[in-house]
Structure formats: C-alpha cells, structure tokens
Design a protein around this ligand. Structure first.
Ligand SMILES: Cc1ncc(COP(=O)(O)O)c(C=O)c1O
Length: 460
C-alpha cells in the first residue's frame, strides 16, 4: 500500500519568533468579546480564566489573538508547548502521521511507534533497572495509572501525598490533590486511605514546620507522626510527590528531602512516585527534576510537555514493578499515533538543543531576578530551576503576609502589556515559557514584570 504523502504546510503567523508583542486594541478586542460571550453561554463554567486571552494562532513564544494583538507566552499552555507553539518539525511530524495512520488503539493492536517511544522513555528514566511504559492521554490519567499500578504491585492500598499537591482532577488523582478546597468541594467521598503530609516549603514553612528545618521536620513528621499515629507504613503502597510543586506555588523540594524520602520508601517497601507532569520533560534543564537530587523513583508520571501540545501522558515504571496482567488497565486513545509522532519530534528537539537552553535561560532569568527582593518590596521570594520559576508576592517581606490580590493584579497588568503569565498557589507568579525562549524574549518578560511591579508598589 502506498502511503499518500502529506502536503506539509507550516502555519502562517504574522509575527516572527523574534518579534516582540504588540497590543493594537483595547483588551478584550471586539472579536474576543464575541467569543467570550459565546463561551459564557455554552462552555462549562468550571474553568478558571484569569484574563480574556482569545488565542487564534501561535508560533514560537508568540501568540496572536483573534483581534491581531500579539503576546509573549510565558505560560506555554500551562507548561505544555515545550518546543514553542507550532514548531515546524512538530507540525511536520503531526501532519505526516495524520496522513498515514491516525488511530489504531495500542490496547488491542500493535504499531511500531508505540513500542519505540516506550523504549525511548524507558531509556531516559533514571536508574539502571529496565523500565516499562504505560500510555494515557493526560497528567491525571498518568497519575490514575500510577495509583492503580502501585496498589496492584504492592497489594497495599494506602497512599501518601503532600499538602499543596496537585495531581489532577479525576477522582483518584483528586484524592491525592490537596491544593485548593474548591477543587474537592461538592464531589463527595474520594478515595479512602489517602494521607497528606507537609511539603518542605523552605520559604514559608507550614504550621508546625520551620522553614529553615523544613527537610528534617517534614521527614520526621512523616516517619514519627504520620506513620506512628495514622497509618502503618506496611500498608502504604506509594508516596506521591511533585519534585517541584507546580500548582502549589512552584516550590522545589530540597534535594536532601527527596533523598530522605527515597530512604524512607526503601525502609518500608513503599513505592516512590515522582509526578513530573509539570516539572519533567526537560523543563528544569534535565529530563527529570529528580535527577537534580540523584534519586531514582519507582514510577515517573509524565504528560504536559511531552508532545508539545498533543494530548499524551505516560508512566514509566521499573519493569519489576509494572507486573500487572493483561486486562488490568488500558485506554482506547492512550498512545495515539499522532501524539506519539509529536512526542518523538519534541524529544528530538529537546535532546538536541532545548533542554540545554532551558538550563541556560533558567540561569539567565534567575540572574536577572537575583536582586528583586531588594528592589521590589512585594517580592518575597524568587525560586525555581531551569524554566520553572516562581516569584512569591507578599504584602510584607518581614511577616511574609501573602498578597494574592497583588499577585492577581500583576498577572492582569502583564497581560495588558502583552505578557502571558499565570499564578500558582495562593500568591506566586510562575514563569514557564517554552524551552526555546531566548534572551531578547526573556528580557521583554522581565522588563514588563519589573514595570508592573513598580506600578503596583506605587499604588499601595
Ligand atoms: C504535577 C501535575 N500532575 C498532574 C496534573 C494533571 O494533568 P492534566 O491536567 O493533564 O490532567 C497536573 C496539571 O497541572 C500537574 O501539574
């Protein structure tokens, strides 16, 4: 059978990747207002839109809205478009695959790219032991798969996750999530047997946890409090952790905390699951955030940046852990050929230049933000790794009183100046541009935020 050759068209975007944003209308513009009205009438009201960006097309780090305004995208579709919007090589891979085989279902049939991507993901997971890969369609599905696999393999049914964690919104993943009460409110009983323990927040600490002793206090709480009074560790299947909390405020877990957690898991035969849905796939300057701590999780969850915007999620588990039998778990669409083609193209690009760029540009941005605590009275903390950077906004640097209203004003003011950023946690602004970002673009984002901060500070 001869395969028809697709006509490869790269999208026409008026702006070049190097161009800086231009706002030509009031925001939202007239066409955006029409879409917003339609959306208000027909689309689920559960979505949380911080500002009225109505996107039409994107190229690189630039997004154009339906009224012809252009924006610098430091949100990347929530850390998804790792190679930028519509990278020509990703677009080409998608178009070629779409003209060849769109769907087959890896649960019932075979196709080479599914096995080949599994081999590739297995090869980049930390640790010498062989790995196996399960494919789903999203971060939440990856977490669901990890929950089920951990219970199946260990024959234990309790799970531990962290305060502030975000693992997704399906009922299993939501049971691990402890980010905002609104995410759980109204949904009744979630999974039983899930226990939450403090995350080491080295800036703020949390209730009984002192920031300067966060690692020791949090490890001690887990072992000496949770495991003694609330759940016997022999019943715990897995501990789920985001090595850098994403929705919880861009909080990196200290390396010695992650190593301590690995030791506790080994001591009690508990699986360590690293949810790298947001912090993985090169965003921190290495394939996986856990690599910075030198630890080997038993299961890694990945999604978001893996396929530059096509829906794909996966778990990568030690082969001896992924021992479930045929029929135990599957998904019709998981590992769709078009998504896999996008993932392969994405990984080629990340490997050849963009992971290194994430490391370099992360240092560049952190260098530029190094004196922001001195220069801006509402900046409490700047933290992160690679292109996963959080700026915590406070009302008072000494008391660390949170400034969620100020953070929200900052996000809004940045939008009005053509910079797309999102909040995270109660009072943090996060920078998560595509991994292709360059110095000129980062400079625009930094200057814009600098100006917006100054304006807000003058007004309070
Ligand atoms: C760490 C983490 N895990 C899981 C998820 C859920 O991913 P998805 O929205 O693709 O279901 C998210 C989404 O933000 C995340 O940040």
């Amino acid at each position: 059978m001869s395969t028809p050759q697709p006509q490869v068209k790269t999208p026409q975007v008026k702006t070049s990747n190097a161009a800086l944003p231009q706002i030509n209308t009031s925001l939202p513009g007239p066409e955006a207002r029409r879409v917003l009205e339609l959306d208000r009438t027909y689309v689920s009201p559960s979505y949380t839109r911080d500002y009225p960006l109505v996107a039409k097309r994107g190229r690189g780090v630039i997004v154009e809205d339906v009224d012809g305004n252009t924006f610098m995208d430091f949100a990347a579709g929530i850390a998804v478009v790792s190679t930028g919007h519509c990278h020509p090589e990703v677009v080409r891979a998608i178009q070629e695959q779409a003209a060849t085989l769109i769907h087959m279902s890896g649960t019932d049939f075979y196709y080479p790219s599914l096995a080949e991507l599994a081999e590739r993901l297995a090869s980049i997971a930390p640790g010498k032991e062989a790995k196996r890969v399960y494919f789903g369609n999203s971060g939440a599905e990856a977490v669901e798969a990890a929950i089920k696999l951990a219970k199946y393999h260990t024959k234990r049914d309790k799970l531990v996750a962290f305060h502030g964690a975000f693992h997704g919104r399906t009922m299993g993943a939501l049971s691990l999530t402890a980010s905002r009460a609104i995410q759980r409110k109204g949904f009744g009983t979630l999974l039983s047997g899930v226990f939450h323990t403090p995350f080491p927040d080295t800036y703020r600490g949390s209730y009984a946890i002192r920031p300067e002793f966060a690692t020791a206090d949090c490890l001690s709480y887990l072992e000496n409090e949770l495991f003694r009074r609330r759940v016997d560790p022999d019943e715990v299947a897995a501990i789920f952790i985001e090595p850098i909390q994403g929705e919880g405020g861009y909080l990196p877990a200290p390396a010695d905390f992650l190593r301590g957690l690995r030791d506790i898991c080994d001591k009690y035969g508990i699986l360590l699951v690293a949810d790298e849905v947001q912090c993985g796939m090169g965003r921190t300057g290495k394939w996986w955030a856990v690599e910075h701590a030198g630890i080997e999780p038993d299961i890694i969850c990945t999604a978001k940046g893996i396929a530059s915007g096509m829906p794909l999620g996966a778990i990568i588990a030690r082969a001896s852990v992924m021992d479930w039998k045929a029929g135990a778990h599957a998904s019709t669409f998981g590992g769709n050929p078009v998504c896999i083609a996008a993932a392969n193209a994405t990984m080629d690009l990340l490997e050849s230049e963009y992971i290194a760029n994430a490391a370099r540009m992360g240092e560049f941005i952190m260098g530029r933000l190094a004196d922001w605590r001195e220069r801006h009275k509402i900046v409490g903390d700047v933290r992160g790794r690679g292109l996963m950077i959080g700026i915590e906004i406070v009302r008072d640097q000494k008391t660390k009183e949170k400034g969620p209203d100020l953070r929200n004003r900052l996000v809004q003011a940045a939008f009005e100046k053509g910079l797309l950023v999102l909040g995270s946690g109660d009072t943090t602004l996060r920078l998560m541009p595509p991994l292709i970002v360059n110095e000129e673009q980062a400079d625009f984002a930094i200057r814009t935020l600098d100006e917006c901060l100054t304006r807000i500070e003058r007004s309070i």
